[in-house]
Write a protein that binds this ligand. Structure first.
Ligand code: PMP
Length: 412
């Protein structure tokens, strides 16, 4: 199957794990392989309300059986969804535009930022990931291209809030980046950050540390785009959005991944004044973005998050899981830090000052052999990335931590 895949899909794709896995069925927090063995999913944030959730499946099937067109026709469901989504944002965010992927949402946000500022300069973090288009690959140094930085891009180190509680150090890096841009004659357009710094290694606390960076970017004339593709839809366990923990209101918000629980729907929400200017100069249509089936999927996801109380659940399970992971520190000196918010957790592994990259990779693979799925993040790949469906319970947290504990003993 792997040879066939290589032959058909070519060499740019990567598979997870030294021994790749083939799933044939998903249910809640479980994935099943072709031999019928079940794996605990502690990684897939897309299936936020659980794999194959019946309410979402039914909503998609029902709408697909009736009509699927696009946003150029009037359709109640699209407007109902827009209304539901916008109600989750601060009052300043008044419009939402639909796309199919997070990349398209970020790309659209950049177009709006360029139009409204007249600038092109963008600041992102050193190990950021924001998408697959040409514009976003230049803003995604984690893709590892030889020279990801275009002349209009400036990279800043990810925030290290443990030693920068007020965020002033991070804000200082951003100020310096915009000053450097100005010296090169480049006008600023945006500060674009993932509000939990997922690919940089998961930095969530203390809440509020991001506000100084946003003020600094605005003072330089840039707009702030909050990339909520990873932290959004309740994962952080406090409200629906990662930025809200930082007590700030973005100029634009991009979202995707968990939005349709696997159905490809994404969006960009913005302050109306920005879209007034953009709309006056440009028109927008995305063939599949926000079609009635996507809108039905999106509504169903919001229904389940509310009906099953998944934000509070993510907070409770996340707190429990972080406490159990922190307790492992007394047994395994490799664990240097356990951090995150809700069910977005990073476990940093180090030998004193040296990132334990090899051990992290080995652990991710050992856990996969023991049928627990996680991955790694950060510039050195030494942060275990734990990001399960939000329906993950304490019994699943126990299985994850016990398996990790045992793997760390066995891996030495
Ligand atoms: N932003 C962030 C923070 C992401 O993690 C991703 C996807 N990993 C994207 C944007 C791009 O989303 P998509 O893959 O849907 O284009």
């Amino acid at each position: 199957m792997m040879a066939r895949r290589d032959r058909l899909l070519g060499p740019a794709y990567r598979l997870f794990y030294e021994e790749p896995v083939q799933f044939v069925l998903g249910e809640g927090v479980w994935l099943f392989d072709s031999a019928g063995d079940r794996y605990l999913d502690a990684y897939n944030n897309v299936a936020c309300v659980g794999h194959s959730h019946p309410h979402v499946v039914e909503a998609i099937a029902r709408q697909a059986a009736v009509l699927n067109t696009h946003t150029r026709y009037l359709h109640e469901t699209i407007l109902d969804y827009a209304e539901r989504l916008l109600a989750t944002f601060p009052a300043e965010i008044g419009h939402v535009m639909f796309t199919c992927t997070g990349s398209e949402a970020n790309d659209l946000a950049l177009r709006v930022a360029r139009t409204c500022t007249g600038g092109t300069g963008v600041v992102v973090t050193e190990t950021a990931y924001h998408g697959v288009t040409i514009a976003l690959a230049e803003l995604s140094p984690s893709l590892g291209l030889p020279d990801p930085t275009a002349p209009h891009v400036r990279l800043v180190p990810a925030p290290r809030p443990a030693g920068d509680k007020t965020g002033e150090i991070f804000a200082g890096h951003i100020r310096a980046a915009f000053e450097d841009m100005a010296r090169s004659g480049i006008r600023p357009a945006a500060l674009l950050v993932d509000t939990i710094f997922s690919s940089d290694g998961v930095f969530a606390d203390p809440p509020g540390f991001l506000a100084a960076a946003v003020d600094t970017a605005r003072a330089a004339g840039a707009l702030f785009i909050a990339d909520e593709v990873q932290p959004g839809f309740g994962r952080c366990g406090e409200g629906l959005w990662g930025f809200a923990r930082h007590n700030l209101v973005p100029d634009m918000v991009t979202m995707g991944k968990p939005m349709g629980n696997g159905h490809p729907v994404a969006a960009m929400a913005a302050r109306p004044a920005l879209l007034k200017e953009f709309g006056a100069r440009s028109r927008y249509f995305n063939t599949f973005g926000g079609n009635p089936v996507s809108a039905a999927a999106g509504i169903a996801v919001l229904d389940v998050i509310a009906q099953e109380g998944l934000i509070g659940h993510a907070k409770r399970t996340g707190t429990y899981l972080r406490a159990r992971l922190s307790a492992l520190r007394s047994r395994h000196s490799l664990i240097a830090d356990v951090r995150g918010s809700g069910l977005f957790i990073g476990v940093e592994l180090r030998h004193d000052d040296t990132p334990a990259t090899r051990e992290t990779t080995q652990l991710v693979n050992t856990l996969r052999e023991r049928r627990v799925l996680i991955s790694a993040a950060g510039p050195h790949g030494n942060v275990l990335k734990i990001r399960p469906p939000l329906v993950f319970g304490t019994e699943h947290a126990d299985l994850l931590v016990d398996t990790l504990d045992q793997a760390m003993c066995d891996d030495g």
